[in-house]
Ligand binder design. Structure first.
Ligand SMILES: [Zn+2]
Ligand SMILES: [Zn+2]
Length: 101
């Protein structure tokens, strides 16, 4: 089961839900969705990572499949990670918003 994280700009001009965690698990592969920021789309997105390989990204971003133009972010640890709004540069507030599977 994964968690849904809701990203919301403090100025109210941006909002997005990320579906993280719970991904694929089968012999030889143990992966899940992590948050990332796609530089191509200038938007937050998800990527699949392989936990058996030091959380190495598998494939590209969910939004456009890019394997290069993204940076990984940690929405589960917002005390140490400052996220900024892609629209106005304001602070992004993160709340959990239920779970999915
Ligand atoms: Zn993209
Ligand atoms: Zn904003």
């Amino acid at each position: 089961m994964g968690n849904i994280y809701k990203l919301k700009c403090e100025n109210g001009d941006y909002e997005k839900s990320l579906f993280l965690g719970a991904g694929m698990r089968y012999p030889g592969f143990n992966g899940s969705y992590k948050a990332a920021f796609c530089k191509k789309c200038n938007d937050f997105t998800e990527i699949m990572v392989n936990h058996d390989k030091n959380d190495e990204p598998v494939g590209g971003t969910k939004c456009c499949g890019s394997q290069e133009d993204f940076v990984r972010i940690d929405v589960e640890d917002t005390e140490n990670e400052e996220l900024t709004c892609p629209i106005c540069g304001g602070r992004i507030l993160v709340n959990t918003d239920g779970s999915w599977d």
